[in-house]
Design a protein around this ligand. Structure first.
Ligand SMILES: [Zn+2]
Length: 99
């Protein structure tokens, strides 16, 4: 065990969560939500119901950058938490295979 490495991880997590809070206040994010569409399923979703989702989760080394956060509806957000990465891919495919 390396307690120092653990500390670093905790600090990274906190920093990324703080960045997410700041990004959520930004005009860039508000504009993205104003489009009213979930990034994953494409369903029209009121801006107030869109949540910020990290494509690569912070816990897996993802960063809070404009390229890694997307507006997601609650259904997709919940699915992403419950599903394994493989199952999540299949879920996304189900939207993309539609004509
Ligand atoms: Zn969705």
């Amino acid at each position: 065990m390396n307690p120092y490495a653990y500390d670093l991880d905790e600090r990274d997590l906190k920093r990324e969560r703080q960045k997410a809070r700041e990004l959520r206040q930004s005009q860039w994010w508000k504009r993205r939500c104003a489009k009213g569409r979930c990034h994953y399923c494409g369903r029209p979703t009121p801006a107030g119901e869109l949540t910020m989702d990290h494509i690569v989760p912070i816990a897996r080394g993802g960063k809070t950058t404009k390229g890694n956060v997307v507006p997601a509806c609650k259904a997709c957000n919940n699915k992403k938490k419950q599903l394994l990465p493989m199952e999540w891919d299949a879920y996304l495919q189900s939207f993309h295979t539609q004509p």
